[in-house]
Design a binder for this molecule. Structure first.
Ligand SMILES: [Zn+2]
Length: 235
């Protein structure tokens, strides 16, 4: 087997290994992204509930404020009663007090409902916060493991990448390009053995002359169908 083909074969072994590594990395990276998204979803729900709760509490404090104004009005009207001279005026003030008390009652009912609503949302938020804590802990633990695996894989591949560069530098640039194009277009297999007169890349039976030439030529020959670079077994 020619020296250049031996180099290309080694290069191909490294490239196939690196491709496997890239696949592993992409699986790990997408799992890491899913974990981040999962945590983000729960966090988003907890935040929405928190905002809803804050809105309800603002409404409650507005109701409390209205109630104290109305109660004040009742107190003032009742305070005016002893000084009233006429029956007509007395009846008018009593009516005013009565109306204000009705308004108070309505506000108190609203406050009661608002408090119930707040309690329900607060319970829901507490549940979501607990879920967030659980998801955060779980995803952080898994993400750390994934990151450790990614780091380890990257550390292991850097030596192979260096070796690849060194091998690639040893072949003529034109041949390097041919190899690179084939690796990309032929599913990571650019160099194949010709066996029993056929290309083992695409299984096409090679023209006999081409097959014979493989044993004698110093040129690098390609399969006429799949263009893969061919070599023959020794002996
Ligand atoms: Zn072929």
């Amino acid at each position: 087997m020619q020296e250049k083909l031996i180099i290309l074969k080694k290069l191909q072994d490294i490239d196939q290994g690196l491709n496997d590594v890239r696949r592993q990395l992409s699986v790990l990276e997408s799992e890491a992204e899913e974990l981040t998204a999962e945590r983000g979803r729960v966090e988003g729900m907890a935040t929405t509930l928190g905002e809803e709760l804050a809105g309800l509490e603002t409404q409650l404090s507005e109701l409390d404020c209205s109630l104290s104004i109305e109660q004040d009005n009742v107190g003032k009207a009742e305070g005016r009663l002893p000084a009233i001279k006429t029956q007509k005026e007395y009846v008018a003030v009593l009516k005013e007090i009565d109306t204000a008390k009705k308004v108070n009652k309505e506000i108190q009912d609203k406050i009661k409902n608002k408090n119930e609503e707040i309690a329900a949302i607060a319970a829901e938020k507490a549940e979501k916060d607990a879920e967030l804590a659980e998801v955060s802990a779980r995803t952080a633990e898994r993400a750390a493991l994934i990151q450790a695996q990614i780091d380890e894989i990257k550390a292991n591949t850097s030596a192979r990448e260096t070796e690849r560069k060194e091998l690639f530098a040893q072949i003529p640039p034109q041949l390097g390009k041919r190899y690179q194009v084939l690796i990309e277009r032929r599913n990571g297999v650019a160099v194949v053995i010709a066996h029993k007169g056929a290309c083992t890349g695409c299984n096409m039976l090679l023209p006999p002359q081409l097959f014979n030439n493989l044993y004698t030529t110093r040129e690098i020959l390609s399969c006429p169908l799949c263009s893969r670079l061919l070599y023959v077994g020794e002996g």
